[in-house]
Ligand binder design. Sequence first.
Ligand code: G6D
Length: 346
Amino acid sequence: MEITKRLFGYVKNKPVIAFQLKNDHGIKMTCLNYGCVISELIVPDKDGKFENIVLGFDHIEDYIKYSPYFGAVVGRVAGRIKDAEFELNGKVYKLSKNENGNQLHGGDHGFHHVIWNASTIEREDAVGAEFSYSSADGEEGYPGNLEIQVTYLLTNNQELLITYRGKTDKKTIVNVTNHSYFNLSGNLKRDVKEHTLQLDSDQFLELDKELLPTGKKLNVDGTVFDFRHGRKIRDGIESRHPQNVLVGNGYDHPFLLKGDKNPIILQDQESGRILEVETDQPAVVLYTSNSLTDDFSIRGRRSKKYLGVCLETQGVPDAIHHPEFPSVVLNPGEEYTARTKYAFRV
Ligand code: G6D
């Protein structure tokens, strides 16, 4: 197991440090104290060739200028909050607006964009980084001083364990996730259209034209949203289903998870790489990078639609406006915890 640290750059004159974690089997991961970004994840293919499987950059300027949350932790609340406002105990809180009068991913100065305190973890069979951030009362409009912590642990069992913890001094809402874009072909050789996904979910949430949940749960039966027996990402890209067309021809939808032990399995036939995801969260947003623009490069590869697939495990988006969804409210004295495990197999 190995950890190395190096200066990655500066954001608002604060140093950005890159932590490179390596296990005993050659798996390597680089993460930054800027937005807890996972900038690189190097894993083997079926022939033992080690290549990067996430979208990311080698220079901080590119993250500032181009990144649509590549590898970042997003929050205080991931997803969209309608009208960028919500009510708690009879008080209306107005959030920063950054998309069509709503708030997306915690606002433009959300968790993806801040410098976190960082420390390293060294264990017998795991190495990791622990990030912490004090999100002030009123930051991006949210009530309560929130102490949030994110731990990445790379194990000798080819797994990345992500744990989120939060405490507040005032009633607030919290729902964070990691927004990595995976591409199992290795070094972005191909897009993700031929990737197959297996996801044991019977229902997904209908979105409106601002990509906010309408509150309606749609059954996956007989549609390209049925991943229970495995399906190619391509199916949703080529589909004429109104919900696939609405989000720019692909997927950008929350799927409701059943809390069973069935992992979410993403596979790339050609490389033989398999990503297994397990989580304690009630939902996963499947986003097939339909909005990726082609006006920048990613480590020399021209960006384009469908270059990555996001599996954003989280609370149900806009839950604060849908009492029927699991609550994202955090009270003083309670602890917010969320866990997701990514396992790298061939
Ligand atoms: C688009 O609608 C999608 C979001 O789900 C995604 O997180 C973002 O691009 C990066 O806004």
